[in-house]
Write a protein that binds this ligand. Structure first.
Ligand SMILES: Cc1ncc(COP(=O)(O)O)c(C=O)c1O
Length: 392
């Protein structure tokens, strides 16, 4: 049985996705397809490295070194054609903590920060929690694909004297992998108006066969110096609980401000097991990752086909990357609380509420398809069956 078909019981592991589901969705029989981690075991090489490290038995304070920097820069070169200077790296327990640090270190109270909505919920909270203002550049759903309204992007920047832009690429939840011309256009506008780019590229490794992730900072030297990029092996290799990630900041002044901010919050240590997992994943995980991508792409096409053939009430927005599907349920004609109730009580599937990604998510839900096919089939059966009953 392959890594990607094996059913592993996650209950009782303090899994947020599984062990919180019954209380969150108010049902014991809910099938969790929400929060962004996967129901697949990590690569064998990662498990072996962690087992070996655990067997050592001493888990004292841990540092990074040249070897780790080398594995990261080699990964970025191989997978994303990006040559970085290893001095640009800093480490962080996660991309969310990094976003908090960037906002605090590189913007000031009352500044305006732009996001492209609907978007990953913490983008809102990291801005609000530090008394900055959210400026929204809503993405436009054109047919079956979300696009950027560049005129609005620039107008909002000018009108609000925007200081920073948090880019989500690949985009959660709409699944776009922004292409070179889109990235160029956003970056040129940011350079023109001196807007910092905080680029959350945690899903960078998760792009489907026709698409290539391009780190925005790799476009030019000027753009690189305007940008802080966050990346991590945690989404790609299912290591979220190990809390390890890194930032790439070419500009020395910005890097120093960020490091000072991390230090001032007491965040200067790396997780022993996290760094062990990163090392093994980047050194030996490529074959596993390619297998994962083929599996998720197959799952994406399976779900789209099923919904297209069996119901006209829900449209799946075809993602170019990530293992998250953005479901357009507006034809059901329900308000958001009815829609949530329908998915949890009628379909008995635990999905993310579209509105948690902002008002633009009204009428939408998000489904996680990184699970064995049998689980996916069960989830899709439940939703389609409930939709057919609803229609009948
Ligand atoms: C766009 C995006 N950024 C960040 C995160 C979380 O990052 P971390 O677990 O490293 O804090 C997620 C998790 O789903 C995400 O989708």
């Amino acid at each position: 049985m392959s890594r990607f078909t094996e059913l592993t019981d996650r209950t009782g592991t303090r899994s947020v996705k599984w062990d919180m589901a019954a209380s969150l969705f108010q049902s014991e029989s809910i099938l969790p397809m929400w929060v962004a981690d996967m129901d697949f075991k990590a690569p064998e090489s990662v498990i072996d490295a962690l087992t070996e490290r655990a067997a050592h038995g001493i888990f004292g304070y841990t540092m990074t070194d040249k070897l780790i920097e080398g594995y990261i820069s080699e990964w970025l070169r191989k997978r994303h054609s990006w040559s970085i200077n290893e001095e640009w790296l800093t480490y962080s327990p996660g991309v969310i903590p990094s976003l908090h640090m960037m906002v605090q270190a590189l913007t000031e109270k009352d500044d305006h920060i732009l996001i492209q909505t609907p978007v990953y919920p913490p983008f809102y909270s990291v801005i609000k929690q530090h008394d900055r203002n959210i400026i929204e550049n809503p993405l436009m759903l054109k047919g079956e694909r979300y696009e950027i309204d560049f005129e609005d992007f620039e107008n909002k920047i000018v009108k609000n004297n925007v200081k920073a832009f948090i880019l989500c690429n690949p985009h959660n939840p709409v699944g776009r992998v922004w292409d070179k011309s889109e990235l160029e256009e956003m970056a040129q506008i940011c350079l023109k108006h001196d807007v910092l780019i905080f680029s959350d590229e945690i899903h960078a490794d998760l792009t489907f066969s026709e698409y290539q992730h391009i780190p925005i900072a790799s476009l030019s030297k000027e753009i690189n110096h305007q940008t802080v990029t966050c990346m991590s092996p945690t989404k790609s290799f299912n290591l979220a609980g190990l809390q390890v990630s890194y930032l790439i900041t070419a500009d020395e002044g910005k890097r120093k401000s960020l490091k000072d901010m991390f230090n001032s919050q007491g965040m200067f240590m790396i997780n022993t097991m996290g760094i062990t997992a990163l090392e093994a994943a980047y050194q030996q995980g490529e074959e596993w990752l390619d297998g994962l991508l083929a599996t998720v792409e197959n799952h994406r096409d399976y779900v789209i086909d099923r919904f297209q053939n069996e119901t006209d009430l829900v449209d799946i927005i075809k993602p170019e990357g990530t293992y998250l599907l953005w479901m357009d349920c507006r034809k059901m004609g329900l308000d958001q609380s009815e829609l949530k109730k329908f998915m949890q009580s009628n379909a008995k599937v635990g999905l993310n509420d579209g509105v948690s990604f902002g008002e633009a998510g009204k009428g939408f839900m998000r489904m996680n398809i990184a699970c064995p096919k049998a689980t996916l089939e069960e989830g899709v059966d439940r939703i389609i069956h409930a939709l057919q009953q609803y229609k009948g």
